[in-house]
Design a binder for this molecule. Sequence first.
Ligand code: UD1
Ligand code: MG
Length: 437
Amino acid sequence: MNVVILAAGKGKRMYSDLPKVLHPLAGKALLAHVIDTSRQLGAARICVVYGHGGEQVRETLDAPDLSWARQEPQLGTGHAVLQAMPALAGTTASTLVLYGDVPLTRAATLQRLIDAAGGDALGLLTAHLDNPHGYGRIVRVDGQVVRIVEEKDADDAERAIHEINTGILVAPTAALARWLPTLGNRNAQGEYYLTDIVALAVAEGMPVVTAHPDASWETEGVNSKVQLAQLERVFQRNLAEQLLEQGVTLADPSRIDVRGELVCGRDVSIDVNCVFEGRVVLGDGVRIKANCVLEDAVVGAGSIVGPFARLRPGTELGREVHIGNFVEVKNSSIADRSKANHLAYVGDATIGSRVNVGAGTITCNYDGANKFRTVIEDDVFIGSDTQLVAPVTVGRGATLGAGTTLTRDAPPDQLTVSRARQMSIPGWKRPVKKKKD
Ligand code: UD1
Ligand code: MG
């Protein structure tokens, strides 16, 4: 099976300089969702038809398993698929047509369509809508599909049809190669309609079969930021439901955002307003408190994160680690049972087990040009408001006094403190304001 993805439309109603199909849904370009679905189906060849702003689309998403066909100017969906035919030359398999701005079609639905068409029929994905306005209508005679008529070309009787064309179809590739060059554009929009192939199939005696999506959002497209936001919510709701079904506790399934892959162990609980980006792995019994942002991070079993914590890429927490409020961790590993509970920045650090990172601790990892590592060995106690100027190592069991600015390694098991000695001045008088005369 081959896939042709139509992505040449301009997307004017996004009011954006970014090509429509590059707008992200759940952190991933719309078109990338469709490409990934095509891969899930095991497509032999995937050809993307691009046009407006297309070079940027191609540069952003190019991959060895994709081919690209430029459509310029854009003369309709039939003309668009025709541009992909050279990329499909010599294949006998069927070709599935998808839209680059319809991101949430499930692979299982498409597989049903492919199976229904079975290699030598034309398969249409259709749906019954209460309000079919704007869509092409499926015209049947005695139950058999005979053609598709576009809204703008339809008469009143045809407009009353509630079965619509989602635009997604599958056809034998050789038949497409035969039909597409013969399409005309004498219609209300002056376009070469892909939908006209239905009547051509019927004329040849080729069976036309239909399959249907399980939910309407599967075939909804994105033409505006309103529709993008709606499909984002659909995606997030579906994902939250999957997490609940796996046994994850969500304080509110409508207040979690996953923009990537979230892998959870048993008895994980996630409070409201947490954002997960990239690949995040939460071990058994992990608790994520409210308002946390985690990106490409691994959290070991029994750890507690938040509220208001930020785990940035390369964070690896061991078991029963506590990361508290206003703590940022980046590219650092923190081993079992260590704690950084309040107001800290831990960047480019390797922290051992049972370490206590006091409030206000900062690893000074960056000199404006280069990054350096901080190493904190097991059982270290770091007093509050300490700066560790990397590269620097704190030896096992060491204690750093509060307020220390550590610029050299701290030996194990000793107290290291860098701080002006405290003094008190007897008889000192606080200055007073001069009286104006
Ligand atoms: C199309 C269908 C209609 C269906 C509807 C579903 C045709 C003639 N009509 O109508 O039956 O109900 O989709 O949404 O096919 N595109 C190109 N090049 C072009 C034109 C379009 O790549 O020259 C792409 C667009 O970027 C889009 C898709 O094809 O992803 C559909 O185009 P659009 O203009 O939205 O089609 P409709 O007129 O809505
Ligand atoms: Mg159109």
